[in-house]
Design a protein around this ligand. Structure first.
Ligand code: 5GP
Ligand code: ZN
Length: 114
């Protein structure tokens, strides 16, 4: 996946502001934050979209959820509250086609999801 920007971040070819990592998952600051806290969580292994996650991908998704809780604690929004978002395919607003989850927080988020 030489053209994938998040694979390049996972490989260290493109720098990022890393906030968390484990065997399966890397989490880093979004380059264009939409909230005071905006973290991207990715599986190290390339998966195009949520719809492409196989059994191993589901294990990655579980690890991403565990990682999101760790990031929420690190960023001290675990009790205040935060939002997790996965955009899937074009109408879902997915721009980077390496599965990822957004963790948003640090202010009262808008009520509407869409
Ligand atoms: P999507 O719309 O695909 O769910 O979101 C992709 C997210 O990745 C966007 O919020 C965008 O700002 C972020 N992003 C895109 N390229 C980079 C990058 O090179 N570095 C970082 N840290 N974030 C990126
Ligand atoms: Zn990738």
């Amino acid at each position: 996946m030489e053209e994938c920007i998040f694979c390049k971040i996972a490989a260290g070819t493109i720098p990022c502001r890393k906030v968390y990592e484990d065997e399966r998952v890397l989490a880093f600051e979004d380059i264009q934050p939409m909230a005071p806290i905006h973290i991207i969580l990715i599986p190290r292994r390339h998966i195009d979209t949520l719809m492409d996650a196989d059994a191993e991908g589901m294990a990655d998704l579980q690890a991403m959820m565990v990682a999101a809780r760790a990031v929420a604690r690190l960023k001290e929004v675990d009790a205040r509250g935060f939002r997790l978002v996965i955009n899937c395919n074009e109408e879902g607003g997915q721009v980077v086609f390496h599965l990822h989850m957004h963790l948003l927080g640090g202010r009262k988020l808008r009520d509407g999801l869409a």
